[in-house]
Ligand binder design. Structure first.
Ligand code: ZN
Length: 160
């Protein structure tokens, strides 16, 4: 699994470190804990509505289409299609500035929009000039190390 190391000197604001907000059960549970647990298991997942079939990304606790809370977790198809991309050279937000320059991409997975999702993310192992709209894209789970010793996982894209 790819590893992204963050310096220990940075204290992550809560909004950039949602792990603290995740509880599997109880009054403080957000309902999307499984998203992070599934990432730790190597799977990029999201919620699909059992009532109308809408797949939301990021995962939700109430369907954005029909307001049902009858949702199930589904794995995002492993390959998708590059829909848009740009290269971030300057002005990246906290922490990400250390990765610059990097590619930010929007990729579509599954049969978007009816039975698929559109996801944005950082794309590794490629150059801006080597990318074309429609290129095959693969998601990959990454382990984020630091600050501290908590395990954190996220996802990125690579060319398929
Ligand atoms: Zn629905």
């Amino acid at each position: 699994m790819r590893v992204i190391k963050l310096p220990d000197s940075i204290e992550l604001p809560t909004l950039l470190d949602p792990w603290d907000l995740q509880e599997p059960n109880g009054a403080d549970a957000t309902g999307i804990y499984d998203f992070y647990r599934n990432l730790a298991d190597g799977d990029l997942t999201t919620t699909k509505c059992r009532d109308c079939g809408k797949i939301n990304f990021p995962p939700v606790i109430v369907c954005s289409n029909c307001l049902s809370d009858n949702l199930e977790w589904v794995k995002i198809p492993e390959t998708g299609e590059l829909y848009a991309f740009t290269e971030m050279r300057l002005g990246a937000p906290l922490i990400l500035d250390q990765l610059a320059p990097f590619i930010v991409a929007i990729a579509r997975f599954g049969d978007y929009p009816d039975n698929g999702v559109q996801i944005s993310g950082i794309m590794f192992d490629t150059k801006y000039e080597d990318l074309r709209i429609g290129d095959k894209v693969r998601w990959e789970v990454v382990r984020v190390e630091g600050p501290g010793d908590r395990e954190r996982y996220w996802y990125c894209f690579t060319k398929a």
